[in-house]
Design a protein around this ligand. Sequence first.
Ligand code: NI
Length: 172
Amino acid sequence: MSVKKILTEPNKLLRQVSMPVEKVGDQERQLMDDMLDTMYSANGIGLAAIQIGVPKRIIVMDLSKDENKKEPMYFVNPVIKNKNLEKAKYEEGCLSVPNQFAEIERPNGCEVEYLDYSGRKKILKADGLLATCIQHEMDHLEGILFIDYLSKLKKSMIIKKLSKSKLSRIVV
Ligand code: NI
């Protein structure tokens, strides 16, 4: 397992649509292990493969609150089968949009079909934070970031801020 670099906006790769995985093999499991390591070391609760530059439809998540009891979740080729009409609002952030947060409204529940770590087909009924998180991560597979739901002005302000912080990092 190794910690990879997380891409941050603005970055064209983050806007790419990720490709379906043909088979969950050792290479994919290695990738999921690396993703999980990367996510934990950045204190995130979810990460999509494209965030470390790999355009595959793979997501890892861990919503457990107890640091000593890890509960990793793996989603390969996830597809939303059903979503609730009712919405829920959460303040969202993203490892690829550092230090920026905004209230985003999404369906408050959904059903997701996916392949797990061993390639078995599974269905997850999600609500609450889990539903929001999986929808946020699945957006990454389409090249969508949570800031895309904000007004044009708010979004461009955030991107400007991030571009500036990137510049200063290079100067230092
Ligand atoms: Ni994100």
